[in-house]
Design a protein around this ligand. Structure first.
Ligand code: SF4
Ligand code: SF4
Length: 227
């Protein structure tokens, strides 16, 4: 099956990154037949427009797979917001983080987000599961944050624990989300943008949205002044 063709096709249609991973280990009974996860990323913030663009890419992926005679199931970018239909109960069964790391497109950073080597945490993600015999990419199973601790040091709520992610330890607490939510609640009273997001902007992989850690970076001080 021409996996490279599918990837190039989706990139021509607007995907920034496309990867394919074996997600068997993460699957529960309901989805056990869909062992491949196609991870799609766009270099844009998760806005309504981005959701629509990613949904369009998922539709193209599913149409292509269907033409070849294979089954598929799409998990939308904002899967946590869908709670109204029966099918949406399947969304939490496989996370975009699982598909992205299994596809080798990134690791889970100390900030709890998918970090891609070139785009940092500034990508928006969606996933298509399928039973098609696509060629899989090499997975990433360990954090590549190393001894960097910028997001730990600068998180104003103390939510970032500093633990390094590993596929072998899925229960490890990387971010104490209740602390992050609590800070967001307080900021809501005096700011229209209550998300602090410092753990994204401070990350060397995400700086400037450009992306490459050796690229045109702002200094730590510049980022802190603007936050
Ligand atoms: S968004 Fe802000 S408070 Fe929440 S984890 Fe990131 S740096 Fe900490
Ligand atoms: S700031 Fe450093 S430790 Fe935090 S996610 Fe980025 S690379 Fe990892």
């Amino acid at each position: 099956m021409d996996t490279e063709y599918l990837k190039e096709y989706l990139k021509r249609k607007g995907a920034t990154l496309v990867g394919v991973g074996d997600v068997t280990q993460a699957l529960s009974r309901e989805l056990i037949h869909l062992t491949k996860g196609i991870s799609l990323a766009m270099n844009r913030g998760l806005t309504r427009d981005t959701n629509q663009l990613l949904a369009g890419l998922q539709k193209l992926t599913q149409e292509w797979l269907k033409k070849q005679g294979y089954r598929s199931f799409s998990i939308p970018p904002d899967s946590d917001r869908w709670k109204d239909k029966l099918i949406t109960r399947l969304y939490p069964l496989v996370s975009h983080k699982t598909a992205a790391t299994c596809s080798g497109l990134g690791w889970i950073g100390k900030n709890g987000l998918i970090i891609n080597e070139f785009y940092g945490s500034k990508l928006s993600w969606s996933t298509v599961l399928t039973d098609a015999p696509l060629t899989i990419d090499r997975p990433i199973t360990e954090s590549q944050c190393g001894d960097c601790d910028l997001c730990v040091k600068h998180c104003p709520s103390g939510a970032v624990t500093g633990s390094n992610w590993s596929r072998r330890d899925p229960l490890q607490e990387i971010v104490r989300y209740e602390r992050c939510r609590s800070l967001k609640g307080k900021r809501r009273h005096f700011s229209e943008k209550p998300n602090c997001g410092l753990c994204i902007t401070i990350c060397p992989y995400s700086r400037n949205g450009l992306s490459h850690p050796t690229g045109n970076r702002k200094s730590e001080q510049e980022i802190l002044q603007k936050s």
